[in-house]
Design a protein around this ligand. Structure first.
Ligand code: LAC
Ligand code: ZN
Length: 462
């Protein structure tokens, strides 16, 4: 029997697509840097089918790549003549357990659907990112997604209590536990999280929930420099006793560009021209007292001069408008032509010198390139978007080298959150030691000796 027949037998004819029947969204590379060429697209209905599909892939020696919402930006879904297994039909929210503060969901549930279901029970699924409407929980687990609240609640790996996954030989391995503390031997869940589908395919997750905050204080503040931003962050974290949930920084050129672009549609929340802008949000349980403490903390800094200007949201509508400056970016970026995104991280102490060096390196290769920094500054995680003037593989490589050589000097990471995928593979040795990379390969070979699961991502095995 052909692989086509086997796949069709497992998922049913209507859930197998080949050739021209493959929709463009399954050939998708979010950053349009690579060409993806799946031979088969399958859409299993449950974990059993996922397991049988992996076994069939293995038996025929065909690589298989699991797909969530397709919002990854490092080419992690780009394949050549492989099976794309979309988990979109694994979309059930199985349970919310308010007593244990957990929710149990299939991998294909979107982050937003999970957030909303938790919220309806008065609970918080703390992961949040701009792609919430499409990104799935399974994708967030397999990439260890970060986003805008890591500062307070950690990354996806900090929210996973239980996991079910399918290994490269089709074994279903399940620990759908709700316990927070489990030191019974190796934590294999953490071994799979963040491995971009190369060690196992996540099918179900028990997520740790938090009490739903009932008060939000959100402000856009302008500051004179990076040191001021970091000192404001540190003092707010102390003064607001752990309630600071997001601290997003936008450099002046980024803000002027994005807010300027958005001004076609809505008023700019604050005038342009300041050196740096921070979007800061605290979440809590005492609306009036929280707002008072927040405003008091900010006004102290306005008096000192560490805050140059501030807009404090007075309603949920104003809060959302402030967030749009930070989250509604793609159209503004697309206006730049082809753009590249970076997600580097480093200690706060090295950030200012890193930025100077990265800017100088970029200007040295492309004096006319745009390079705008922003990011999750509370986590030491910077984003950088570059655009023009050149746009081909060589230009992309030159820009990568310009940025990652500066990352290397400060012993930072070439990926704070988006992962390695295909895109950053060649720079792994700039951010990880040879011994670390060998350890990763040893683990990969042990769990996936035939190199079936999303091969070629993170590193080339041979
Ligand atoms: C962000 C995505 C790109 O933070 O990680 O905007
Ligand atoms: Zn980010």
């Amino acid at each position: 029997v052909s692989l086509t027949e086997t796949l069709s037998e497992i998922v049913g004819k209507s859930q197998l697509f080949e050739g021209d029947a493959i929709d463009d969204r399954y050939r998708w590379d979010f950053m349009l840097r690579f060409q993806s060429n799946p031979r088969h697209v399958v859409r299993p209905a449950n974990t059993e089918e996922v397991s049988r599909l992996v076994k069939a892939a293995k038996a025929s020696g065909t690589p298989i790549t699991a797909m969530g919402g397709g919002t990854g930006s490092t080419g992690g879904l780009v394949v050549d003549n492989a099976i794309i297994m979309s988990l979109e039909r694994l979309n059930r929210i199985h349970e919310i357990d308010p007593k244990s503060m957990t929710m149990t969901v299939d991998a294909g549930v979107t982050v937003q659907a999970a957030q909303e279901a938790a919220e309806a029970q008065g609970l918080l699924f703390a992961l949040d990112l701009g792609a919430r409407g499409s990104a799935t929980v399974g994708g967030a687990v397999s990439t260890n997604a970060g986003g805008s609240r890591v500062l307070r609640w950690g990354m996806m790996r900090d929210m996973v209590l239980g996991l079910e996954a399918v290994l490269a030989d089709g074994t279903i391995v399940s620990a759908m536990t709700k316990v927070l503390k489990d030191n019974a031997g190796y934590d294999w869940k953490q071994l799979l999280i963040g491995t971009e589908g190369t060690l196992g395919i996540v099918t179900k997750v028990v997520i740790r929930l938090r009490p739903l905050p009932i008060s939000a204080q959100t402000a856009l503040i302008a500051v004179p420099d990076l040191d001021a931003a970091i000192s404001i962050l540190r003092s707010l974290e102390g003064e607001l006793a752990g309630r600071v949930s997001s601290f997003e920084l936008m450099w002046g050129d980024f803000y002027d560009y994005v807010a300027g672009f958005q001004a076609q549609r809505r008023p700019q929340p604050m005038q342009g021209g300041y050196p740096l802008y921070c979007l800061v949000e605290a979440l809590g349980g005492h609306p009036e007292a929280d707002q008072e403490a927040f405003e008091a903390a900010l006004s102290g800094k306005i008096e000192e001069g560490t805050i140059l200007d501030a807009v404090i949201a007075q309603s949920e509508r104003e809060r959302q408008a402030l967030w749009l400056v930070r989250d509604d970016l793609i159209e503004a970026f697309n206006e730049l032509g082809k753009w590249l995104a970076f997600d580097i991280s480093m200690p706060h102490a090295d950030m200012a010198s890193f930025i100077d060096e990265a800017r100088a390196n970029i200007a040295a290769v492309y004096p006319d390139a745009r390079a705008m920094f922003y990011g999750h500054i509370g986590d030491g995680n910077l984003h950088l978007v570059t655009a023009g003037p050149a746009d081909d593989a060589d230009a992309h490589h030159n820009l990568d080298v310009a940025v990652y050589s500066a990352v290397r000097r400060v012993s930072g990471s070439i990926s704070g959150e988006h992962g390695i995928g295909l895109q950053k593979r060649e720079f792994m040795s700039w951010t990880r030691s040879e011994a670390e990379i060998q350890l990763m390969k040893t683990i990969k070979r042990a769990l996936d000796p035939d190199n079936i699961l999303n091969p070629g991502k993170v590193f080339e095995l041979n």
